[in-house]
Design a protein around this ligand. Structure first.
Ligand code: FDA
Ligand code: NAD
Length: 418
């Protein structure tokens, strides 16, 4: 088999690979579109409309751009073996790729209910969402099961965004998750009550505190019912599952230092192995602001970590120094006509402000997280660009707070005057 030599190789053609090489099927695209406009019944997003870097307001990189820039994109090529000592990668069909510098950008994969041995979880029309062909299969099922019943398993990002989009597709939607409120890894009970109220008003049935323990299928093998741990049974033509995932580090196990489930890096995304960098979902990196090491599974960090790694490689080649990564966590989501942003750290006490009536059109509310007398995190629903900039600044500056009552009374005005 042929051997190819490259100065730089990127394994992973996702969001963090805005700069380069091998992914699976298509040139790098903005993955967030898959759970939003890609699934709309009308006015849907399609490639080449959302190739990177449109999500961050950058140039749209069509396949020709890579060619013209001297970058070879090797599609439909899975790397199945990595030998970091020999600086060699081997593909599923036996091609070998030699590199001088490697950037690992393999992203995440989803947990499947079959991984947990859930009975009947291999039935037809049970969907997961990670890659564009997952979304294409779901679209086919939406057409085939027009105006049918959908059960969404999971109450996190996928759960909330997919419940909305299935409702927009005129499905009768029930959402099931084990926790007492949705998006527990970020939302407080107060924040969640707004979104749950809004979703209920749209006709989405929210079933909390239980999990799917089994599925039944019809004669053609397609899912028919979802059995819940609390004894209830829900009818379903389509099931969408979003129960989290894990970073794809298996290829490199035992060859590189890992921490918190990811590949450990420094503030330049260098791993423990010389000439090997890791970025995006797989990287466990120093979050300088909080003096902690963390992994972040969001698109803003995917973009910024890739940029930092490339800057660090270039600086090293030119004998220059650059500043360490100093990331301010930023997460967001959009569904129906809702849109929220969060910056900073969701630790400590919280206060909530603004109008949280889900029946009020374009309700605007927010929350601050306060630790050691300082505001460390800020959340805002329906913020204008200036207001979102203001909450980002608060999370970065971490202003002191003397009275929580005053902070609550000031609400968004507190952020705007920082
Ligand atoms: P990403 O997963 O984007 O890319 C990894 C690539 O590596 C894939 O193309 C994969 O096929 C390839 N790969 C893996 N193993 C390989 C191998 N062995 N050989 C070759 N190629 C290999 N975040 C956010 O902040 N806001 C949002 O709205 C959303 N929305 C959203 C929707 C959906 C449906 C998903 C699945 C995820 C999001 N996210 C998000 C999360 C965000 O998309 C995610 O954090 C980034 O895509 C991570 O970028 P990476 O480049 O690290 O991995
Ligand atoms: P998640 O971690 O956000 O949520 C997982 C949810 O599944 C949790 O609410 C959890 O309680 C629930 N759950 C776990 N086991 C369950 C079970 N057996 N039955 C029912 N529910 C169960 O993960 P996700 O929503 O699957 O998202 C996957 C990845 O995609 C993450 O990396 C996420 O960051 C990313 N993503 C991000 C966005 C965004 O940032 N807007 C949007 C979509 C996806």
């Amino acid at each position: 088999m042929a051997e190819k030599r490259f100065k730089y190789v990127i394994v992973g053609g996702g969001v963090a690979a805005v700069v380069l090489v091998p992914g699976f099927y298509v040139a790098p695209y903005e993955r967030p579109a898959l759970s939003k406009a890609y699934l709309f019944p009308d006015g849907f997003a399609r490639l080449p409309g959302f190739h990177v870097c449109v999500g961050s307001g950058g140039e749209r990189l069509l396949p020709d751009w890579y060619k013209e820039s001297g970058i070879e994109i090797i599609l439909s090529t899975e790397i199945v073996k990595a030998d970091l000592a020999a600086k060699t990668l081997i593909s599923a069909v036996g091609e070998s790729f030699k590199y001088e510098i490697l950037i690992i950008a393999t992203g995440s994969t989803v947990f499947r209910l079959t991984d947990f041995g859930v009975q009947g979880a291999d039935a037809g029309n049970i969907f997961y969402l990670r890659e564009i062909d997952d979304a294409d299969k779901l679209i086919e099922a939406i057409k085939a099961k027009k105006d049918g019943k959908c059960v969404v398993v999971g109450g996190g990002y996928i759960g909330l965004e997919l419940s909305a989009v299935m409702k927009i597709n005129n499905f009768d939607v029930a959402m099931v998750f084990p926790e007492p409120w949705c998006m527990p890894r970020l939302f407080t009970a107060d924040i969640a009550s707004f979104y749950e109220g809004y979703y209920s008003n749209k006709g989405i049935k929210i079933i909390k505190g239980t999990v799917a323990v089994g599925f039944t299928a019809d004669a053609s093998g397609e899912v028919k019912e979802v059995k819940l741990k609390d004894g209830r049974t829900l009818e379903a033509d389509i099931v969408v599952v979003g129960v989290g995932g894990r970073p794809l580090t298996t290829l490199f196990k035992g060859q590189v230092e890992e921490d918190k489930g990811g590949i450990k890096t420094d503030g330049f995304f260098k791993t423990s192995v010389p000439d090997v960098y890791a970025v995006g979902d797989v990287a466990t990196f120093p979050l300088k602001m909080y003096n902690e090491i963390r992994r972040v599974e969001h698109v803003d960090h995917a973009r910024k970590s890739a940029e930092q790694a490339v800057k660090a490689i270039k600086a090293r080649e030119e004998g220059r120094l650059i500043d360490e990564y100093d990331y301010l966590p930023y997460f967001y989501s959009r569904s129906f006509d809702l849109s929220w942003q969060f910056y900073g750290d969701n630790v400590g006490e919280t206060i909530i402000f603004g109008d949280r009536d889900p029946a009020v059109p374009k309700a605007k509310f927010g929350s601050y997280w306060i630790k050691d007398g300082k505001v460390v995190g800020a959340f805002l629903e329906n913020g204008s660009p200036e207001e979102n900039k203001a909450i980002a600044k608060v999370a970065r500056v971490q202003p002191p707070v003397t009275s929580l009552e005053q902070l609550k009374a000031d609400g968004l005005a507190f952020a705007i005057k920082i």
